[in-house]
Design a protein around this ligand. Structure first.
Ligand SMILES: Nc1ncnc2c1ncn2[C@@H]1O[C@H](COP(=O)(O)OP(=O)(O)O)[C@@H](O)[C@H]1O
Ligand SMILES: [Mg+2]
Length: 213
């Protein structure tokens, strides 16, 4: 089992955001995760990535605790956040940092970015946080897709993209190796329909529907 989430509960300031959630993700599974705003989708994936401590239950990624073994767990996982972090580094510095820390090929990042029609070369000295929302998203996508991952998690990745960027993004996704499991948090099942084989629906901190499609 690639990801094992068992009876996980998470509270934020007294509110139960994850309420006894159990879900497992196997190799080769491609999931559309849906549900209304505030359902707990982002919290769940962030807990899987070890970004949040949980109050009770258990999470394992590749048999490892994502908090205790964060570095090792994240080595095999790509993540596109819903909100790009406010990174102060310039694109050049950021890319150099990523290349060094994650063993990604720089030319690969530039190639993927080019295909998303984000011209990195003209923006190398610009701080990441000064890019437009869609440009940030494109760079994060290019970085994630350049990495050899066993699991890729996209948290509403197309929300900021223009229609053409969206189209290119889905084109790139079709090239992801099939044994790399994927999770798409999305409000548009039709956009990912041909890329997924399972749909999970969350509401009020619970998984309320989980079926293969
Ligand atoms: N860092 C946080 N601190 C406090 N509350 C949070 C935090 N992150 C999320 N929440 C709350 O948790 C609930 C679920 O949020 P989230 O997981 O982002 O939902 P979704 O991604 O399904 O829209 C919301 O009520 C949100 O306000
Ligand atoms: Mg969210």
């Amino acid at each position: 089992m690639l990801v094992e989430v068992k009876n996980v509960t998470k509270n934020f300031t007294g509110t139960k955001v994850l309420n006894n959630v159990s879900i497992s993700i196997d190799k080769g599974e491609h999931i559309a995760m849906m549900g209304p705003n505030g359902a707990g989708k982002t919290t769940l994936v962030r807990a899987i990535l070890g970004f949040y401590h949980i109050d009770s239950g258990k999470i394992e990624v590749n048999g490892k605790d994502p908090i205790k073994n964060r570095v090792e767990v994240l080595k095999n996982v790509g993540f596109i956040p819903q909100l790009p972090p406010p990174i102060k580094l310039s694109l050049d510095e950021l890319i150099r940092y990523v290349v060094k820390s994650s063993n990604i090929d720089k030319s690969m990042i530039i190639k993927e970015a080019d295909r998303l029609e984000l011209s990195i070369k003209q923006n190398l000295s610009k701080p990441f946080f000064k890019l437009s929302g869609g440009m940030k998203q494109k760079l994060l996508i290019a970085i994630a897709l350049s990495k050899e991952s066993r699991l890729l998690i996209f948290d509403e990745p197309t929300a900021n993209l223009d229609p053409k960027g969206r189209e290119k993004f889905y084109e790139l996704l079709r090239e992801i190796k099939n044994d790399c499991s994927t999770v798409f948090i999305t409000h548009r099942l039709d956009e990912v329909k041909t890329l997924v084989n399972r749909k999970v629906y969350m509401d009020l901190g619970k998984v309320v529907e989980d079926e293969k499609i």
